[in-house]
Design a protein. Structure first.
Lengths: 253, 253
């Protein structure tokens, strides 16, 4: 409703291990939460296999349609780490060894067994023109190329890279969410939810049912860029749930 | 390497609650695992907001490029459940109330408080021409429209719908995966991994590093449609790890 623009981001998960079902992804939730704190909306996620052409095509589709693109995975030292090569193909530039990345790795591996091997030096490769993202967790840096931010796949390393980017990206107002829970089957309160949303332009209300301890219930999440409006709508919804005979729980169940 | 075709599927997660970071997705891993048992490869996942146009566009992009498309989320009784409407838009057909779905809901809600309300009847709506997918967990059925399978977002209900589809979709050979773990920094064994993969056409080896109990390690996952080849490659890799001074762990760490 406000005249302010909404900043959006997409996330590309490079992800044979996620697509095989072997590994439970943890990066979508952590990138989403972090982006919201920066005032940027996560508007799309894609998970694609470890194939250069598939990654490059997705990068080009997503970086053109969002303010920012983040990728996770495929930047380690082994043969299946091909994100940098895919990114270079997407941007039609060569892969180079970044001098600062090489220095970081030389320093990091100086006192570690084996030193800076050829395999480890792979982690200094970047698409020509890229900048580095500091990695306080494990040395090998992330990479920024235009509006694309290339992060590690291992969640705690991705978290360290996000930490380094905190406060550095332009964004708008964070979305504020207010949650109200009730031990109500959501189908019993569907009209009430729709009416409350319609009466408050600028909010979106999501309904997330659950079945727990042998009873049905739902959490209703009110989202808005206007925090005051979200809170007011939350109070309205709680009143209406009370009138309908349910006991609303602030913050959700 | 074999002449057999590979069957692929995409998964579309309809997903404001995932994109906001509020909810940790559980469906990607369970759909991926189930698909592999059916001999179908999960080749792409997209997570999009609860917006009809975005859902419809993604449905049309993904159903054309994969043998199967699955969707999760947005088929409940509330105003934010719009998957069926988006699907009808994608297929350019009207939404109708499916007579069998209405019967299932009448039966399910006969002895439940409130009965079959208008909101609950929303769950009998399908795109014209669709068939139902049995839901043994909570009554309201899933929907099949062409090669698109519309599942619930709540994981245990999605699981019940997958159960109903087990053995009913044409597929190829499941991918067999063999895991070998070692307390090796993956950068120390990068050459060995690449050489083992290259020496065994028809396998893909993924390397998944971890840091646990204060030590580095990695699991190496060998995947192939040829189970015997996967196992042989796993044994080769274990031997080479042993020669390199590491203690390989069958099944991973």
């Amino acid at each position: 409703m406000s005249g302010e623009r909404t900043w959006t981001a997409a996330l590309l998960v490079i992800g044979d291990e996620i697509l095989s079902g072997r590994t439970q992804d943890k990066n979508v939730a952590q990138v989403a939460t972090w982006l919201n704190e920066q005032g940027i909306r996560l508007a799309e996620v894609r998970i694609v296999p470890d194939e250069i052409a598939r990654i490059a095509d997705s990068v080009n589709a997503l970086r053109a349609t969002h303010d920012y693109l983040f990728t996770t995975g495929g930047i380690g030292p082994t043969h299946d780490d091909i994100t940098v090569d895919a990114m270079a193909e997407a941007f039609r530039v060569p892969v180079i060894v970044h001098p600062d990345a090489r220095k970081i790795l030389e320093e990091y591996y100086r006192d570690r067994p084996g030193g800076l091997t050829e395999a480890r030096l792979r982690m200094a490769r970047v698409p020509e023109g890229a900048e580095l993202i500091v990695n306080a967790a494990s040395g090998a840096p992330g990479v920024r190329m235009g509006n694309v931010h290339i992060l590690a796949g291992v969640p705690y390393i991705a978290a360290a890279m996000l930490e380094a980017l905190t406060g550095k990206l332009e964004g708008g107002r964070p979305v504020v969410s207010v949650t109200v829970g009730a031990r109500a089957p959501e189908s019993d309160v569907a009209d009430l939810l729709r009416e409350t949303e319609a009466a408050n332009p600028g909010v979106a209300i999501g309904s997330y049912p659950f079945f727990r301890d042998g009873r049905y219930g739902a959490n209703f999440v009110i989202r808005s860029e206007d925090g005051e409006l979200a809170r007011r709508t939350g109070n309205q919804l709680a009143s209406r749930l009370r009138e309908a005979g349910y006991d609303p729980v602030d913050g959700g169940i």
